[in-house]
Design a protein around this ligand. Structure first.
Ligand code: ADP
Length: 478
């Protein structure tokens, strides 16, 4: 039962209760009907025995032939001739009025104190029999009358067949109706869950739909929304703090760097001091880059910080970044190549410098994580619907265990720590840039097999100008 939906469990529970209720009701009805039909039969037999007794009372003075005649006439007029009058020793007091009565399996009339009902089977049919003691100057006799029960049994069978159809039909109807109703009642829960799943730190300002049902569901959605509001303000606080801290640290850091540069150039400084100043310059440069990256990511989560977009030729972006990266690749003795497929332009909707930054991050990583001399390839291909940029290298590659994490902030795969400079923020920024351009950034790599980063952009499609309604009187061409 675990893992089943609430609707399913509710329906199962109510259907089981309904089934037990209906079964009890049907059994009670069946027994009541059976009792009513049987007692109706018994009353008929009772009345018949009363009339037979009256007949015997009247025939006290009659000679035996006349008695037999009267008895025959009575039997012919009553209940199909299933009637007998026996002495207490079992011998017939009057001759059997019919062959059926003769063959009938009458119960033994032996010592009978009070009247007694029995059920017996005759020719495969059930019969109800009344045996009643009778005494007068005719002697001690037993009156026996019988009537078939087949009619009552038939009524019972029809009733049972009716129940057999109506109970499952009622159950199915109520289960379907109950399931449908509970699904409808619980639908807002699914909507709330789907909306809650889609909320991440980047769209914390969104809220769950609140069903106006004035019940637990409405309270649940409102409570979630209040929690989201608190989370949003806490996250905003953290983002503001990171952005402010990075921003505030920029000036003292650039001051340290400027002072170190001036000090290094001082002719009075000795070689060791110059070396120390050089290290300060390098380290403060790294710190400045880290701050810049942190500032970018701190602002990345706020939609207000997104650059303004316009149609941009990705081929131009790639060419400019390629030109800049050539000297870096040469310094590492790598062969850097650029290929362009599918025409000379690849228009996408975006921001030129931000896209440059994205390609730069990938190319710089390829240079950093490829042992010299390596081969790095930047390619761009464009179709009507999309533009694709790939950056491929034959470097150290990325282990399968690291692949799912490399786009996370501050994540660095093990071999790169300590050996290669970096902060672990580059790919997080690249991912953010791809996301705001509605592009898909992915990677294929395995250890020591190089890496292939791919970004697929939707091609820029200018919104078509709205069609003008034809002027009155003009006709469309056929
Ligand atoms: P970093 O500043 O460490 O380069 P990134 O976010 O740019 O940070 O990259 C995250 C991690 O992904 C890197 O530390 C490195 O382990 C791995 N990585 C990124 N690009 C490559 C590549 N071209 N080849 C091998 N590993 C890479």
């Amino acid at each position: 039962m675990k893992g089943r939906s609430i609707s399913f469990r509710l329906t199962l529970w109510f259907s089981s209760v309904l089934f037990v209720g209906l079964a009890l009701f049907a059994a009670a009805m069946w027994f009541t009907l059976d009792g009513t039909l049987t007692s109706a039969r018994s009353r008929t037999l009772d009345r018949r025995a009363d009339r037979l007794k009256d007949l015997l009372d009247q025939m006290r003075q009659d000679p035996p032939e006349q008695r037999a005649r009267k008895f025959q006439a009575f039997a012919d007029a009553t209940g199909g001739g299933l009637i007998e009058v026996f002495n207490t020793d079992g011998s017939p007091f009057l001759p059997s009025p019919s062959s059926a009565a003769r063959a009938f399996p009458w119960p033994s009339p032996a010592p009978l104190q009070a009247e007694r009902f029995r059920e017996v089977a005759f020719s495969g049919q059930p019969y109800r029999v009344l045996a009643r003691p009778y005494s007068s100057e005719l002697g001690r006799l037993v009156l026996l009358v019988a009537a078939p029960l087949e009619g009552s049994r038939q009524v019972l069978r029809t009733f049972a067949a009716g129940l057999l159809w109506t109970i499952p039909a009622l159950l199915a109807l109520s289960a379907l109706g109950g399931y449908g109703l509970s699904r409808r009642a619980l639908k807002p829960v699914d909507q709330i869950a789907a909306a809650a799943r889609s909320i991440t730190v980047s769209n914390l300002s969104e809220r769950l739909p609140v069903p106006r049902t004035a019940d637990e569901l409405q309270r649940l959605a409102e409570t979630f929304n209040a929690m989201l509001a608190r989370l949003e303000s806490a996250v905003n606080e953290i983002q503001r703090f990171t952005a402010d801290a990075s921003h505030e640290l920029r000036s003292p850091l650039s001051f340290v760097r400027t002072v170190a540069e001036l000090a290094r150039r001082n002719p009075q400084a000795d070689a060791r001091s110059r070396q120390a100043f050089q290290e300060i310059i390098e380290e403060s440069g790294k710190a400045a880059r880290l701050l810049e990256d942190m500032l970018t990511l701190a602002r990345a989560d706020s939609p207000a910080a997104r650059p303004a977009f316009e149609p941009v030729d990705l081929a131009e972006v790639a060419r400019s970044v390629f030109d800049r990266a050539l000297s870096l690749a040469n310094a590492h003795r790598h062969v850097l190549t650029f290929s362009l497929d599918g025409g000379s332009a690849a228009l996408v909707y975006g921001d030129f410098p931000t896209l440059q930054r994205l390609l730069w991050i990938l190319l710089e990583n390829a240079v950093k994580y490829t042992p010299s001399p390596g081969a790095i390839r930047l390619s761009l291909s464009a179709t009507q619907t999309q533009a694709q940029v790939t950056v491929q290298d034959n470097g150290i590659g990325i282990a399968a265990a690291d692949l799912p994490h490399i786009f996370k902030r501050f994540y660095r795969a093990d071999p790169s720590r300590g050996q290669v400079e970096g902060s672990g923020l580059g790919l997080a920024i690249a991912k953010w840039i791809a996301d705001i351009h509605q592009a898909r950034l992915s990677v294929e790599s395995s250890e020591n097999r190089g890496a292939l980063f791919r970004i697929v952009f939707p091609a820029y499609a200018p919104t078509p100008a709205p069609l003008r309604a034809p002027a009155a009187g003009t006709r469309a061409a056929r």
